[in-house]
Design a protein. Structure first.
Length: 119
């Protein structure tokens, strides 16, 4: 069982930056692929970025490619999402998840952190 806690959300102006963190406890963090997802009001949850357990290739939604960077520090049991050049359409609750990047199956989820980008 892995428990995930997101932090780092907040209110930022368009063009600004935020770094989200996802701290894990329990389980074997290094053996899980990790992902970031987001859900805007009235919309379905969508994929943002993922990084496999090996920390190799990373994957991004087209809407954030070139602006967001996912990374992980297994020693700290933490995953990050560096978000630059933020846009109002990035406003959402951001969730981290642990599972398999290859199968796109995520078994453990955090409670989410709100990101609001003002225009």
């Amino acid at each position: 069982q892995v428990q995930l806690v997101e932090s780092g959300g907040g209110l930022v102006q368009a063009g600004g930056s935020l770094r989200l963190s996802c701290a894990a406890s329990g389980g074997t963090f290094s053996s899980y692929g990790m992902g970031w997802f987001r859900q805007a009001p009235g919309k379905e949850r969508e994929f943002v970025a993922a990084i496999p357990w090996s920390g190799g290739n990373t994957y991004y939604a087209d809407s954030v490619k070139g602006r967001f960077t996912i990374s992980r520090d297994d020693a700290k049991r933490t995953m990050y999402l560096q978000m630059n050049s933020l846009k109002p359409e990035d406003t959402a609750v951001y969730y981290c998840a642990a599972g398999s990047v290859r199968s796109s199956r995520y078994y453990f989820w955090g409670q989410g952190t709100q990101v609001t980008v003002s225009s």
